[in-house]
Design a binder for this molecule. Sequence first.
Ligand SMILES: N[C@@H](CCC(=O)N[C@@H](CSS)C(=O)NCC(=O)O)C(=O)O
Ligand SMILES: [Fe+2]
Length: 240
Amino acid sequence: MASVRNLLVFRQLFHKETSTYTYLLACKQTMKAVLIDPVLDCVERDLKLLRELGVQLVYGINTHVHADHITGTGKLKQALPDCKSVLGSKSGGRADIFVDQSERLKFGNLMLECRSTPGHTNGCTTFVLHDRAMAFTGDALLVRGCGRTDFQQGSPSTLYESVHSQILSLPKHYKLYPAHDYKGFSVTTVEEELAHNTRLTKSKEEFIKIMDNLNLPYPKRIDESLPANLICGVTDPVSS
Ligand SMILES: N[C@@H](CCC(=O)N[C@@H](CSS)C(=O)NCC(=O)O)C(=O)O
Ligand SMILES: [Fe+2]
């Protein structure tokens, strides 16, 4: 039997317009796959890649209800009826499977641990692949930054606690993969972020001040994205 280190097919995909990363993970022994944070505009690209790699999508996972783009999970489910959508239970949106702290999602012989990391939104979830020392942090932690806390259910105090207790407490060598990057980065590690994160290396009081004064413009597509993502990115209510 192949060692777990050789079991993973991994692809990091990018949506340029919203600087969103989508991750494809698949088990080489069973060819079962998951997509983390697929984007509606990129569903054809992702379906083609799944076909080319010969893998079967079992879960379309959203790390949270996104505010800047529409999720691809609803459209993927229409194309691949065996695929189930996954969302954190406190998200307030629709999905086939709701996950909570410490639950596990199995795909073939690989498994993701779900860690609740609220603060950017209530339902934000980080997915950890311990076998490969990788974590998918959504918008809770970005490379050298973090998700904003000024809309949805944002709370700087909650985000600070979440990131420190659930992400930066992982072993130092763990690789961290964010849902977005605006500065040209693709991946980081726990060790790097503990040393160099421009916000989360500060005290909690300083962090709250920084977050309360970001003054970022709202995402351009927020008005269409939020309502669509609450129903899995599709307007047909039967196909969540
Ligand atoms: N300009 C982009 C939106 C940029 C943005 O607000 N990004 C979010 C993540 S998507 S909810 C964020 O948390 N950013 C944190 C930061 O420090 O930049 C657009 O118009 O789509
Ligand atoms: Fe977000």
